[in-house]
Design a protein around this ligand. Structure first.
Ligand code: SF4
Length: 364
């Protein structure tokens, strides 16, 4: 629906871009450039962070590291470039879709962002009882890229993604193949994000939320494709189980954090309290209690045994490599601010598909 409208528009006569919408799009890009490339960019910080739909569901360990308020690494140059691309894609996608719908006289089908660019912000208490589970309601918040009047005028939520050709092809193949590995790979990633938004919106009385969308734009080829995320009560209940697990373990983590910080003379109520010593203690506690997920552990292989391969420092030789093909989720560590905690000797080699390798030969 979204892709077809955009193609139809771009192949047609077009129309002038409304000045207000142009200002909204450039404002979005300007904010991203400042956030990712300016002096205020995130260079690492210490702050207690709780799970959110757009972030941490793929890795239970990351949820706990985040909840402990350990100092993050700050995003590297490659992540900054990627995030900037992502924001530009979203701004372009929303503007393009607005143009397409205005050209058809159907602007009223876009519920959000509002004309002034304000996105739909959801803040909901998800009740486990609604899914046949026990536990107190769980508070989640998030902002949705786009919200539309879809089939039968029901609201449908949309998230835009900028992707590599590799990721795009996988998603495109999955649209017609219900057994494609992409579905499993994204069930705790992009799909979880849209599913949680749908669950939150339904809870807030915004209709049945039977379908949401992920729209991918391929950075390499300019292709656009959308994937419908259909409501699935079993998978929604699985996400509630993850949230219940997270809440229980985050409570344990917060108790541990309070003990460690108090012992070191910090006020545990300060979200950014702590230092390298308290981080080391809490890191160690997390490692013992929450191992790296299997997809992150099983995927380390020997590379370049005979002739050697390119390593992060530019030399060639044998090394260890994270095999991102081995298990469906392993690439997720790429954009985690705790990689040095889980993979202390690994760094990225920027090949056409980036890989994580060590500089040193593997220990035999
Ligand atoms: S580096 Fe990977 S395994 Fe470790 S916390 Fe981050 S996402 Fe999880």
């Amino acid at each position: 629906m979204i892709t077809n409208r955009i193609m139809e528009y771009l192949e047609g006569p077009g129309r002038d871009v409304d000045l207000e919408q142009l200002t909204v799009a450039t404002g979005h890009i300007r904010a991203s450039l400042q956030r990712n490339l300016g002096v205020d960019r995130d260079t690492g910080s210490r702050k207690v962070r709780l799970p959110r739909p757009s972030g941490t569901f793929a890795c239970p360990r990351r949820m706990i590291f985040d909840a402990l308020g350990l100092e993050t690494e700050g995003y590297g140059w490659r992540a900054r470039m990627t995030f900037t691309h992502g924001d530009m894609t979203e701004a372009m996608g929303v503007l393009l879709f607005r143009q397409a719908m205005a050209a058809r006289g159907e602007s009223d089908r876009i519920i959000s962002p509002a004309a002034d660019g304000e996105q739909l912000h959801l803040s909901a208490m998800l009740d486990p009882a609604d899914y046949g589970l026990t536990g107190a309601p769980i508070h989640l918040q998030g902002s949705v890229d786009m919200s539309l009047k879809g089939h039968g005028d029901a609201e449908e939520l949309v998230d835009w993604k900028s992707s590599s050709r590799y990721a795009f092809q996988n998603m495109q193949a999955a649209i017609t193949d219900p057994d494609h590995k992409w579905w499993k790979k994204e069930e705790r990633g992009y799909i979880a994000q849209v599913r949680l938004y749908m669950m939150m919106a339904r809870k807030l009385g915004r209709g049945p939320q039977d379908r949401g969308y992920l729209v991918f734009v391929c950075k390499d080829t300019g292709h656009v494709a959308e994937c419908a995320i259909e409501r699935d009560d079993v998978k929604e209940a699985d996400l509630i189980r993850v949230l219940l697990w997270a809440r229980e373990n985050i409570e344990h983590a917060h108790e541990r954090r309070a003990i460690v910080l108090e012992g070191a003379g910090f006020n545990e109520l300060d979200s950014d309290a702590g230092n390298a010593e308290t981080d080391a203690v809490l890191e160690d506690w997390t490692r013992k209690n929450i191992p790296r997920p299997q997809w992150a552990t099983d995927s380390i292989k020997h590379a370049g045994a005979s002739r050697g391969v390119q390593r992060p420092d530019g030399t060639k030789g044998p090394c260890l490599e994270i095999d991102t093909n081995a298990t469906p989720n392993s690439w997720r560590c790429n954009y985690c601010p705790h990689t040095a905690r889980c993979f202390p000797d690994f760094a990225v080699v920027a090949l056409s598909k980036p890989v994580w390798r060590t500089n040193n030969p593997p220990n035999k």
